[in-house]
Every structure is written in structure tokens, then in C-alpha cells.
Design a protein around this ligand. Structure first.
Ligand code: GAR
Length: 197
């Protein structure tokens, strides 16, 4: 049985989808959910699904080795960043080489980098689409998701998967966010299962 650890900072709809997807399978399970935010809803979602859930602070993550030691004890086969907003430290990446995977809510390399997370991404995509549609109303504009390996820089690292969806002229940033969440929920668990094969 392969072991999955998820890092998430907020709501955790992706984390929940991944936990539920693997719950009935014999090849892999989510064994732990970790958050930098003790009030993050993802911790409640994980506990409700009988998955161990812990929060940690900056010191335990960057300066000390508490999180690293916890991970070494847990021995994950893959570490999934599902809406995790802190930069992932090099010492953890190098302790688990090629095993840390992130999902980004846009088609990288566009709309990536520091500060580009969650609604910030969808607002930027919305503004870009609006400008394109103003120039040429018949032009199709796309956004999407990128699942990629994690390196010590934000949103770099080899792509494992991308999927795209059209941004229509009627879409608001919230509507774009909804489309992206649907894509993420549809694909992320399958991509993880494939990665673990
Ligand atoms: C997801 O859309 C994910 O792609 C994004 O945060 C959201 C978390 O949603 N991640 C980033 O922006 C990372 N740069 P969730 O909490 O409902 O799973």
C-alpha cells in the first residue's frame, strides 16, 4: 500500500476528493494531512474522513526540523501540495526527491510565480481574457490546471499533466474558479494514482 501525505492551507476540497478517491482502493491511501493554518477547513475535512491531521508553524517548517522528522517517520511515497501556499523548503524536497507534487490553477508557465495563488490567479486570467475579448470578440481564451513536480522555486518543475478549459466572455473570476475546481477534482486523484504506479 503506497502512502500519500497532503499539504494544504485552506478549504481543502481537493484534499477531500483525493482522500475519498483512494479510500476504497488497495493500491494507495492518504495517511496524513498537514496544514500551516490550524484553523484551515482542510483539517476538519481530513479528521471527518478518519485521516490524521496536524498543523505546524513557520519555525517547525523552515527553521527547525519538526515537519521533516514527522515526514521521515510517516514515509510517504508521494507528498501532494493541494492548495498549499507556503514555499516548500529545499530540505524537504531533497529528502523526498521527485516525490513532491503541486497543483496550480492555471496553465503554467503563464500566471505562475510568487503571489499567484487561488483567486489572485483567476483575477489575472479574467483581466487577460477580458483584454483579449475586447481586442477580438471571436478569439478563444483558455485557462486550466497544471500538475507538476516541486522544485525550490514557485511553480517550476516538470509538468506531469495539464488540462484546459475555455474562458467565456460571460465568465467572472468566481466562475473561472469554479471551472478550475471542477477540472482539478476530475483529474488530480487520477494523476496521483498514475504517478504512484
Ligand atoms: C486550488 O485551486 C489549487 O490549484 C490552488 O488553491 C486551490 C485550493 O483549493 N493552489 C494554488 O493556487 C497554489 N499556487 P481547495 O482548498 O478547495 O482544494
Amino acid at each position: 500500500m503506497k502512502r500519500i501525505v497532503i499539504f494544504a492551507s485552506g478549504n481543502g476540497t481537493n484534499a477531500q476528493r483525493i482522500i475519498e478517491f483512494f479510500q476504497d482502493r488497495t493500491d494507495a491511501q492518504v495517511v496524513q494531512v498537514l496544514s500551516n493554518n490550524p484553523r484551515a477547513k482542510v483539517l476538519q475535512r481530513a479528521s471527518a474522513l478518519d485521516v490524521a491531521a496536524f498543523s505546524f508553524n513557520r519555525k517547525a517548517f523552515y527553521k527547525g526540523d519538526d515537519v521533516l522528522h514527522l515526514l521521515k517517520a510517516t514515509q510517504p511515497d508521494v507528498i501532494i501540495l493541494a492548495g498549499f501556499l507556503w514555499l516548500f523548503p529545499e530540505k524537504i524536497i531533497s529528502a523526498f526527491p521527485e516525490k513532491v507534487i503541486n497543483i496550480h490553477p492555471a496553465l503554467l508557465p503563464d500566471f505562475g510565480g510568487k503571489g499567484m495563488y487561488g483567486m489572485n490567479v483567476h483575477e489575472a486570467v479574467y483581466a487577460f481574457a477580458k483584454a483579449q475579448h475586447n481586442k477580438n470578440p471571436s478569439q478563444k481564451v483558455y485557462t486550466g490546471i497544471t500538475i507538476h513536480k516541486v522544485t525550490p522555486e514557485y511553480d517550476k518543475g516538470d509538468f506531469l499533466f495539464q488540462a484546459k478549459v475555455e474562458v467565456s466572455q460571460e465568465d467572472t473570476p468566481e466562475a473561472i474558479a469554479e471551472k478550475i475546481h471542477q477540472l482539478e477534482h476530475a483529474h488530480f486523484p487520477e494523476v496521483i494514482a498514475e504517478f504512484l504506479k
